[in-house]
Design a protein around this ligand. Structure first.
Ligand code: DOR
Ligand code: ZN
Length: 470
């Protein structure tokens, strides 16, 4: 067991998509590395060909363009491990144009995207077409997840080199149905293991979701967390970990919403199993107690549970059991969210707010600065084995997010780039609004304005590591 160890591959194994320059040259002058240390004065960061070349007190610009960043704090460009931009197919809900502009607004320079509307990525040709489509549209670097279903099971080895992971919906949600048959799920885990790519999973037990639906013929959003229960997530995570043990698959549990699931993941890791996880801002900032106030805006899957679950999840982020905070950015028009409960789609947008929402957890004293930052930068990248992202270190990509930590502002959904134009955090006073965002040496966002049209590139991937004979 224990086939995988994070960071196990040598850098020379990394698959890069080109051998030419990765980006632009830039000297960023005078920013403070956040979280600041009393001894750390402002530093200069030199980026050459899109890659961090040197970080130090006063660097020679050596003829490079200079960007004055005095007074601002700097962190690595954020990595959002989970977004839905719905393009192609449902561009009226978002699209890469708006979605990747929203990412920059939130300080995000890399996204891992899940297509859960047709055309799905079920074979290599479809995945290649998808990557080609996104390459001309994304303003940020991107990974396209392929779908893991009975229809794609024969194509995983072909797709593995082109995708960071396979997305599996154990529980059905807006867009895709779940899977009730444990035999089928076990086969999907085995196939992913043989392909050498990890599974990222939406864990809610489909059988339990269906049973609960029968028990509540006329539910409202007040019952959403009862219909999509704590137990359904725990059961699904428990079974998934069993299948990891049985098949050798590697698993990342997306949007963990319960303390119980955190405990199962912690236990699996203690046993040396290749299991990681992420949560979303909604599971720690909001709770089921917000349902009367927010109505269907709170309707997301998995459901948002109790404040106690939120506290348990944050403890797991702090200890590193939960690796990442990814948004599960799931935009829907307000008109659709205003339908009655049964007909309103699940999901909320928030990629536009990822850094402000993460920093807020530090301001509220609920996470240390180090853990909060790790959960949206290096630890997020590492949990999906994404090289060169999420650290301010020479050799890493020159992706930087700069903000003024003293500046606060109220959330206004109408002013966010995402097409949905509403936010569950409307009116909240947040800090950490990105002022400058640099993508591989190029200034991509400045004071609310998006400066790049496209230019995002596929994330570098490590080669798949197929296993045999299980
Ligand atoms: O609430 C959700 N919305 N959960 C999902 O799993 C899918 C998502 C969406 O795409 O709208
Ligand atoms: Zn999702």
């Amino acid at each position: 067991m224990g086939r995988h160890h994070f960071g196990r591959r040598a850098p020379q194994d990394i698959v890069t998509h080109t051998h030419t320059s990765r980006g632009a040259d830039l000297l960023v002058r005078g920013a403070r590395i956040w979280p600041s240390h009393p001894r750390h004065a402002a530093v200069d960061i030199r980026i050459v060909g899109g890659v961090i070349d040197e970080i130090g007190p006063v660097l020679d610009s050596a003829g490079l363009p200079v960007l004055d960043a005095q007074g601002l704090s700097v962190i690595p460009g954020l990595v959002d491990v989970h977004v839905h931009f719905r393009d192609p197919g449902l561009e009226h809900k978002e699209g890469w144009d708006h979605g990747s502009a929203g990412a920059l607004h939130g300080g995000v320079t890399s996204v891992v995207e899940v297509q859960n509307n047709p055309p799905l990525s079920l074979d290599r040709a479809a995945l290649e077409a998808r990557i080609a489509h996104v390459r001309t549209r994304s303003r940020v670097d991107f990974g396209c997840l392929a779908n893991l279903t009975s229809d794609s099971i024969g194509n995983l080895a072909d797709m593995a080199p082109l995708t960071p992971a396979f997305k599996l919906f154990l529980g059905g949600s807006t867009g895709l149905g779940g899977e009730t048959d444990y035999g089928t799920l076990r086969r999907l885990f085995r196939a992913a293991a043989l392909s050498g790519r990890m599974i990222v999973a939406h864990c809610e037990d489909e059988n339990m979701l269906r049973e609960a639906k029968k028990a509540y013929p006329e539910p409202t959003v007040l019952q959403h967390h009862v219909l999509r229960s704590v137990e359904s997530e725990i059961q699904s995570v428990r079974m998934s970990i069993e299948w990891v043990e049985e098949t050798g698959a590697e698993l990342h549990v997306f949007h963990v919403s319960t303390q119980g699931a955190c405990e199962l993941i912690a236990d699996a890791r203690r046993r040396g199993l290749p299991v990681s996880g992420s949560t979303g801002p909604q599971y720690v900032h909001l709770s089921c107690d917000d349902a009367p106030r927010l109505g269907n805006l709170l309707k997301v899957n998995p459901s948002i549970k109790t404040p106690r679950d939120g506290a348990g999840i944050l403890a797991a982020v702090e200890s590193g059991v939960i690796d990442a905070i990814g948004t599960d950015h799931a935009p829907h028009p307000l008109t659709e969210k205003m339908r009655d409960y049964a007909h309103a789609p699940s999901g909320m947008p928030s990629v536009d707010l990822l850094w402000p929402l993460t920093l807020e957890l530090v301001r509220q004293g609920r996470l240390t600065a180090e853990s909060a930052l790790a959960s949206v930068t290096w630890r997020a990248a590492q949990s999906l084995h994404l090289p060169r992202k999420g650290r301010l270190v020479p050799g890493y990509d020159g992706d930087l997010t700069l903000f003024d930590p003293t500046e606060t502002r109220k959330v206004s959904g109408a002013h966010l780039p995402s097409r949905s134009k509403w936010s569950a955090y409307e009116g909240c006073e947040l800090a950490g609004w990105p002022r400058l965002v640099i993508r591989r040496g190029e200034l991509a966002f400045k004071d609310g304005e998006v400066l790049v049209k496209a230019g995002g590139r596929p994330l570098d991937l490590q080669p798949p590591l197929p296993i045999h004979g299980r």
